[in-house]
Design a protein around this ligand. Structure first.
Ligand code: ATP
Length: 229
């Protein structure tokens, strides 16, 4: 596949919006030093001050048989990059990567006609972040070159996407489960009313399986947290 076009910008509202608002070829990556209105799922704010990597890339949805597991596949690619550096990341279903119990990276996939706009916010060199977040610098005190970091990350993402395109989600299932946060633990899913259950793992399509008092429940989307005692 390959990411053939790289656009580096100083500051934008959101790299997702740049790819949505202009006609770029598939395979374009837009990166910004800062985002004024970085966002996560459901319009939640993504803190995007200088020092992090904020990028979005454009895929052709027609090349993918399954779209819902994409955030997991991209998240695993980020994990593979982190493992190579000696970190121990985990994946919080469905779109976040954690280090030391705090979020280091978030993935957002949005669809616009045949376009899949995939955004990654990755905390690299920030010295301070909100309490729920962590950067690589905050873990090991190393300041990293963002261009090199991006290039390595994109290599991992490209490799994972190629495999996902040719083989679907099944080869990823076990690898993601190995890194899945809360596996075997009691969690709460923020449905109306909330669903409580033991997180059993992933199904073949990347949805989550919860063992509840009413039997196993397959969850396609939603916010999941550890059930507080
Ligand atoms: P949750 O974190 O509750 O699972 P989510 O997966 O929907 O929610 P996202 O939409 O991926 O979260 O990201 C938005 C949330 O991430 C914000 O509400 C905030 O708590 C957190 N956040 C914002 N900026 C950053 C950042 N730079 N690094 C890590 N976490 C951040």
């Amino acid at each position: 596949m390959g990411f053939d076009y790289l656009v580096w910008l100083e500051e934008v509202d959101s790299t997702q919006d740049v790819l949505k608002s202009f006609e770029f070829p598939f395979g374009t990556v837009v990166v910004a030093k800062r985002q004024r209105k970085g966002r996560g799922r459901q319009g939640r704010e993504w803190h995007s001050q200088e020092g992090g990597l904020y990028f979005s890339f454009l895929l052709n949805s027609e090349e993918f048989k399954e779209v819902p597991p994409l955030p997991l596949v991209i998240g695993l690619a980020v994990c593979n990059y982190l493992i190579e550096l000696g970190f121990y990341p985990s994946i919080k279903w469905v779109n976040d990567v954690y280090l030391k119990g705090k979020k280091v990276c978030g993935v957002l996939v949005e669809k616009q006609k045949e376009k899949l706009i995939c955004g990654v916010g990755f905390n690299v060199n920030q010295e301070t972040l909100p309490p729920e977040a962590i950067s690589l610098y905050m873990v090991d005190g190393v300041k990293r070159d963002l261009r090199k970091t991006l290039s390595s990350l994109l290599d991992h993402i490209d490799k994972s996407l190629e495999e996902f395109k040719s083989s679907g989600f099944s080869p990823f299932k076990d690898r993601i489960e190995e890194r899945l946060m809360f596996l075997g633990q009691e969690v709460i899913l923020m449905t109306e009313p909330p669903t409580v259950g033991i997180l059993k793992g992933l199904s073949e399509d990347g949805s989550l399986i919860l063992q509840t008092s009413k039997g196993d429940v397959k969850v396609i989307s939603g916010d999941i947290t550890l059930r507080p005692y």
